[in-house]
Design a protein around this ligand. Structure first.
Ligand code: NAG
Ligand code: CU
Length: 231
């Protein structure tokens, strides 16, 4: 029986880990922070990242997991000043088509009571398609035409800059990959970390730049219902 259960565990892990990915670490203002490794609650618990139960694709824009991949709390935070760099690192990534989006959300108070609800999310970075439209389905960095393909090879990092003048406070930092390799079947991979923005800025995005998550995209949105096949 021991053999059976061990084998079962390995098989489940392998199936979950086979072709997907999640943020598993950060480099913020030049400092490295381990993220959550997943699949084994109890490991790497004291991290800045909100702990996610798995990194299977989220298939519905209304799934509550789309906010932070199901992560609701973390024990630590990272300090960062406006203008400094925040990079996420993916432990593995295999899909070469789709956008990269980086979002923030200002907590009203302590992280422990900050659930990311309401129309408070704003985008600080994005990377989409910029190829010539003729070769978009190759599983390599060039010429897929999508920056997300750089995460398939390379160092699997995406660096963004905290907006200049952003008001200090406690923020959730959300990295989102949307994989579009299956026609009309977008897959969402979002993870969140807790960052304390320092400084004396006062800038906050206007309400027109803010949205709820879930809620920022419709399942029928043509921008996420694409077919990369044979152009
Ligand atoms: C951020 O982390 C530091 C160091 O662990 C801690 O002292 C501080 O209270 C934390 N800040 C918040 C807002 O949780
Ligand atoms: Cu996948």
């Amino acid at each position: 029986m021991l053999f059976t259960s061990l084998f079962g565990t390995v098989a489940v892990y392998a199936a979950g880990a086979a072709a997907h990915g999640a943020v598993t670490g950060y480099v913020i203002a030049g400092k490295s922070y381990p993220g959550y490794q997943g699949f084994s609650p109890g490991n790497s618990k004291n991290v800045i990242q909100r702990q996610w139960p798995d990194y299977n694709p989220i298939m519905s824009v209304t799934d509550a997991k789309i906010r932070c991949n199901g992560g609701t709390s973390a024990t630590l935070n990272a300090s960062v000043a406006p203008g400094e760099s925040v990079a996420a690192i993916w432990g593995q990534w295999t899909h070469s088509q789709g956008p990269i989006l980086v979002w923030m959300y200002k907590c009203a108070g302590a992280f422990a009571s900050c659930d990311g609800s309401g129309a408070g999310w704003f985008k600080i970075d994005e990377a989409g398609f910029h190829g010539d439209g003729t070769k978009v389905f190759l599983d390599t960095e060039t010429p897929s035409g999508w920056d997300i393909a750089k995460l398939v090879g390379g160092n699997k990092q995406w660096a963004s800059t905290i907006p200049a003048g952003l008001a200090p406070g406690n923020y959730l930092l959300r990295h989102e990959l949307i994989a579009l390799h299956q026609a009309n079947t977008p897959q969402f991979y979002p993870e969140c970390a807790q960052v304390v923005v320092t400084g004396s800025g006062s800038a906050q995005p206007d309400a027109s730049y803010k949205t709820s998550i879930p809620g920022y995209a419709k399942q029928s949105d043509p921008n996420i219902r694409v077919c990369n096949c044979s152009r």
